[in-house]
Design a protein around this ligand. Structure first.
Ligand code: MLT
Ligand code: MN
Ligand code: ZN
Length: 294
């Protein structure tokens, strides 16, 4: 299986347009590599590809990835787009994928409802762009890869939030994907609010894990002065702490990489103690343009 990391960043990317935090300033000055927003492409044979989330940066991401160039005068090697939630960083790129080329959007019914409920997505010609429902825990074969969606703790999309929000809800609003090619297993969870025992046990089957790297700890944003929101309020489990991903997933045999990394995450700085701790725990950060063969 080939895995192309199109965008390693969380919503906003690095630098984020309105952010002057040290990481964003470093990225503007060329001291840190920039990150586009959360999107991955996977392929069994290097010819047909499945896009996992369509970020607002998809146009530049496709242009930077030779394997995803049109195979002929018009067309795309992308046969399917799978969505793991309904946030802007994962759906807005669909609007770029107009212009009369066919593919299939695969998502849970809850996420399809967001697309169906917003007329701007009608720009994707229904005669060419199909919308297929995903059932939780039911594998589908897309471009020769067996993909099983499953529910993970998470919240509804930011723009759907009401007065109160269940940030660790279990339902169709946030899913993880198990992607299997023969005996090789990738897990992709770019958003995950908690790691209960059953989920840790499930991930023990992974050869490769791409996991939510939004925040180092709950207080990244308040501490950096960039905002009041905690990681928990955003529906993202921190890397650090007793319930964080480093501790909870310490026993996995998989190669472990963080993805959907927010620009305020101190571990982005290669000289930081947070980065050293992450490395010592056996984790890596993904970066834009990274290609992994599994
Ligand atoms: C998130 O992952 O928390 C979202 O991308 C937030 C957003 O849509 O800005
Ligand atoms: Mn996001
Ligand atoms: Zn920033």
């Amino acid at each position: 299986m080939r895995i192309a990391i199109l965008g390693a960043g969380a919503g906003g990317g690095l630098p984020q347009w309105n952010c002057g935090c040290p990481n964003c300033a470093d990225a503007r000055a060329g001291r840190l590599p920039q990150m586009t927003q959360s999107s991955v492409a996977v392929s069994r044979d290097g010819r047909d590809w499945v896009l996992l989330n369509a970020s607002p940066d998809i146009r530049a991401q496709l242009a930077a990835t030779p394997a995803l160039a049109p195979p002929g005068l018009r067309g795309t090697p992308l046969s399917h787009v799978v969505l793991t939630n309904g946030d802007i960083d994962h759906i807005a790129g669909l609007l770029t994928l107009r212009e009369k080329t066919g593919f299939t959007i695969c998502a849970t019914r809850d996420i399809h409802q967001i697309l169906d409920g917003n007329p701007v997505f009608r720009v994707l010609d229904p005669d060419l762009v199909a919308r297929a429902p995903l059932d939780l825990d039911r594998p589908v074969t897309l471009a020769g890869l067996e993909i099983t969606p499953f529910c993970v703790p998470g919240k509804i999309a930011l723009f759907l939030e009401g007065e109160t929000v269940d940030t660790t809800a279990m339902g169709e609003q946030t899913i993880g994907l198990q992607i299997r090619d023969g005996g090789r297993v990738l897990y992709y969870l770019p958003g995950c609010a908690a790691l209960p025992d059953w989920l840790v046990a499930r991930l023990e089957g992974a050869d490769l894990l791409l996991f939510d790297g939004t925040v180092w700890d709950n207080e990244d944003m308040p501490r950096s002065g960039t905002g009041a929101k905690t990681g928990a309020r955003m529906g993202h489990l921190p890397m650090s702490g007793p319930e964080g991903s480093l501790a909870r997933l310490a026993g996995l045999r998989a190669r472990r990489l963080f993805i959907h990394i927010n620009n305020t995450n101190p571990a982005l700085n290669p000289a930081s103690p947070e980065r050293a701790a992450l490395r010592a725990a056996g984790w890596e950060l993904t970066h834009d343009g990274m290609e992994i063969t599994l």
